[in-house]
Design a protein around this ligand. Sequence first.
Ligand code: ADP
Ligand SMILES: Nc1ncnc2c1ncn2[C@H]1C[C@H](O)[C@@H](COP(=O)(O)O)O1
Length: 223
Amino acid sequence: MNLREKYGIPSTSVITIAGTVGVGKSTLTKALANALQFRTSFEKVDTNPYLDKFYSDFKRWSFHLQIFFLAERFKEQKKIFEYGGGFVQDRSIYEDVGIFAKMHYEKGTMSEVDYETYKGLFDAMVMTPYFHHPDLLIYLEGPFDYIVDRIQQRGRHMEQETPIEYWRELYNRYESWIDSFHSCPVLRMNICDYDLLEDEDAVEEIVKKASNILKEAAPYKGR
Ligand SMILES: Nc1ncnc2c1ncn2[C@@H]1O[C@H](COP(=O)(O)OP(=O)(O)O)[C@@H](O)[C@H]1O
Ligand SMILES: Nc1ncnc2c1ncn2[C@H]1C[C@H](O)[C@@H](COP(=O)(O)O)O1
């Protein structure tokens, strides 16, 4: 019996992992999908045609990058819909609009007209039958210094060269964003409380917590 069956997680569930850059979303996505025998949905990073350009000139490339991510996430959303769920997704679509696009607009690195165009497109895309809110959003949080160390150790050069103030701003925005996020049930996990790299039982604890929240939320689904 796999962990999904052991903890009664429906095979059609969609679990999305949210949190700031470097916090550990991809690592958890892989571990959780493996434990539940779910498919994974990752964001395009290595083959993203705008990401390097964006980090070298936010103002010039922020609109292009947001449109690219929106298109990619929408394609992933459609794929999840067509498979009928059973996915763990690395980062939610809500973070693009609610954190990144908003931050670049408010900081002056995305123009008002670009921001409004992007938001209009986002709203139109999200209101389609392909867009189902996830069954659960697992939000990863932890001390800022740990997260910055992880960004440095991971070694994506454009991130390593980005000023620490950018990561601080993002970190602060994530903290306020999650407090007002109500689009689906949320499990908050502190990265100091588990270690997927050193402790092979850690993922089971996370599955157990996820299962409890999914069970609590089940009677309200679809209302
Ligand atoms: N529990 C952990 N302990 C130490 N390092 C970790 C842990 N989880 C993830 N990492 C490392 O932190 C870095 C960022 O993790 P990653 O999963 O890529 O984050 P994200 O997808 O949120 O950007 C990677 O180098 C990863 O190996
Ligand atoms: N919507 C986004 N706007 C700007 N930058 C973004 C967006 N989504 C992801 N990113 C960046 C941040 C990181 O450099 C990479 C991958 O994110 P990660 O949190 O490491 O998975 O893309």
